[in-house]
Design a protein around this ligand. Structure first.
Ligand code: ZN
Ligand code: ZN
Length: 408
């Protein structure tokens, strides 16, 4: 008897172990069965609280833990669409239990937009897409750019623009290299400092020396296009001009000296009369850089013009192909500084060839340190320069019809 009792004490846990193994096997069998039932809307399907027959994931689902302790097990009805999703907006589906419990799930937007061919805007939800012409490089107008080749001789013949006729039949601009070619905005040493200023071909720029630059077609990038009108941004840094040299200095674009230079000097030099007639007025806002905490400038009323600078907000516009973040490097925002702009004193980096260029947005309108936003050599636009600086470059923008730039 004692022996049996001992035996029983030993066998009890053994039996328990067997029972546990049996339960585990049963659970596995049930799990497999449930999995097989899943495609037919089986038990497990409801248990996790989402409908696997729908293609969208559930917004909410019940956890295994709470299900175990619940006294009442919800019995949901069919999913009912509360709000139909569209191409641009999410919809909502709900299902109810008799106890009043409601489950909801998001019906995600289809993203299948109906874009209008002329405006590239969805006729259903208003979403915008980039024009198929965006990013294309075109030429329009001309400006001095590349350093004269050694085998070209300059004649005394000048045209109305003041350019000299070369022995190759092309026209050339005469420039005495500016004092800024060795200057660094980073304080004279460190990254980006040009210890020796070089032209794009690798020859050294000597301060005070006279150079000639070939007048060549200006290259532009199509940023956007709507109803056949394209917004073009100059693909290179063309020149180096202070934003304002009046006294006192101002960062208000509409009254700055660079506004006058751009809409008179540049426009009349870069574009023939026929080309000028093709430039379309574009509405320009001159709002303060609202993202800059030190912004002090006042807004001026929007006005229309045909040759202009882009704004800080433009540089964050993804429809133009730019990063939405001002303080990030963005190759799309960088521009190579041409030889002419280099001799004129623009700040640029020898290693990348990229130059600094102005935007029309004021950063500070204090008369002592009036500053405007710029884009730096890495495409970062969380940068400003005092308006009187002569080492910031020029990359104008214009609007023209696609038919006038050979794209349609
Ligand atoms: Zn319920
Ligand atoms: Zn849409």
């Amino acid at each position: 008897m004692k022996k049996d009792q001992k035996k029983e004490r030993v066998s009890k846990p053994k039996r328990g172990k067997r029972a546990a193994l049996f339960l585990l096997a049963l659970f596995i069998v049930l799990l497999i069965a449930a999995a097989l039932l899943l495609p037919y809307g089986g038990v497990l399907n409801h248990y996790f609280g989402f409908d696997i027959s729908a293609k969208v994931p559930a917004l909410s689902f019940l956890s295994l833990g709470t299900q175990k302790t619940d006294v009442h097990t919800h019995t949901y009805g069919e999913w009912e669409v509360a709000t139909e999703p569209t191409c641009g907006t999410d919809g909502l589906a709900r299902r109810h239990c008799a106890c009043g419990a409601v489950e909801a799930r998001t019906l995600f937007a289809t993203d299948t937009h109906s874009y209008d061919d002329a405006t590239h805007t969805c006729t259903v939800c208003g979403a915008k897409t980039r024009s198929p012409y965006a990013g294309r490089i075109v030429t329009f107008g001309e400006y001095p750019q590349t350093l004269k080749a050694a085998n070209v001789n300059i004649t005394n013949t000048q045209d109305a623009r003041g350019y000299y006729l070369g022995s190759d039949g092309a026209y050339y601009a005469k420039v005495t290299a500016a004092a800024y070619v060795h200057r660094s905005i980073y304080g004279g040493t460190g990254a980006g400092f040009n210890s020796v200023a070089l032209f794009s071909g690798g020859s050294q720029i000597v301060y005070g020396q006279v150079y000639y630059f070939k007048v060549e077609p200006i290259r532009w990038r199509v940023l956007s296009e709507e109803n056949g009108t394209a917004l073009l941004l100059c693909e290179t840094v063309l020149d180096s001009v202070p934003f304002d040299t009046s006294s006192p200095i101002t960062s208000t674009y509409a009254i700055s000296t660079i506004y006058n230079w751009l809409t008179n000097n540049f426009k009349n030099t870069a574009f023939s009369e026929a080309e000028q007639a093709k430039l379309l007025p574009t509405m320009l806002s001159n709002s303060t850089d609202v993202f800059a905490p030190d912004a002090k400038a006042e807004e001026s009323a929007p006005f229309a013009d045909t040759v202009f600078f882009l704004s800080y907000a433009d540089m964050l516009n993804s429809y133009y192909g730019f990063s939405e973040y001002p303080d990030r490097d963005d190759a799309e925002r960088t521009k190579a500084a041409g030889d002419y702009a280099r001799a004129r004193g623009v700040y640029y980096e020898n290693n990348t060839g990229n130059g600094l260029w102005w935007l029309r947005t004021p950063r500070s309108n204090s008369t002592s340190i009036a500053a405007a936003d710029v884009v730096n050599t890495r495409g970062n636009t969380n940068v400003a320069a005092v308006v009187s600086n002569a080492f910031v470059g020029v990359a104008p923008a214009v609007s023209v019809k696609l038919t006038d730039i050979g794209l349609r």
